[in-house]
Ligand binder design. Structure first.
Ligand code: ZN
Ligand code: ZN
Length: 176
């Protein structure tokens, strides 16, 4: 995914709208779950030697609940506001992949295209919620037996809070 900059520069100061749709599997590592669509809507403006980009990123991610470990789909969204600096060095031959990396990491644009591939990959990473919950009141797994407490109670629930030394004492039978 890329933006052709001469088109943006031609209308200096005026914002052009871009809409990219894609698949998460192109940007996430294998094993990250099912494939989902993402949407990137950008408003792109040229000003002197800068490319000013704003917009939003929306995606659906396959994540695991941090309490019960159940996989579920989560909608994520990020606001985008970025200024890319145009670097005048046409003599340097770089592959689109190198340019994409440079664009994402240093916010530098070289040549006629703003390559968004690596930038989108990073958007997926920063959009991920740190401790996702399948539902706000997820009860999680019992630390004792691993039962999913959303689905059923377990027998050790009653004895929570009793420490192991107390259990040993209960078993102790004095000699007569
Ligand atoms: Zn959960
Ligand atoms: Zn339990």
């Amino acid at each position: 995914m890329r933006i052709y900059l001469p088109e943006v520069r031609e209308r200096a100061g005026e914002a052009l709208q871009y809409r990219f749709q894609g698949k998460s599997s192109d940007y996430l590592e294998e094993g990250a779950g099912d494939d989902h669509d993402f949407l990137l809507v950008l408003s792109v403006r040229s000003s002197d030697d800068e490319i000013i980009v704003s917009g939003k990123f929306e995606a659906e991610l396959e994540v695991s609940c941090s309490r019960c470990l159940k996989p579920f789909k989560q909608q994520v969204a990020s606001e985008i506001g970025e200024i890319f600096t145009v670097s005048p060095s046409p003599d340097k031959k770089s592959s689109p992949e190198e340019l994409a990396l440079e664009t994402a990491n240093q916010l530098i644009v070289r040549g006629d295209y703003l390559y968004l591939g690596e930038y989108i990959r990073q958007l997926f990473i920063i959009s991920q919620v740190l401790n996702p919950l399948c539902k706000p009141d997820c009860r999680g797994l019992c630390p004792g037996c691993g039962t999913d407490l959303n689905e059923s109670a377990c027998s050790c629930e009653n004895e929570q809070g009793i420490d192991l030394r107390m259990l040993k004492l209960k078993e102790f039978k004095p000699d007569k």
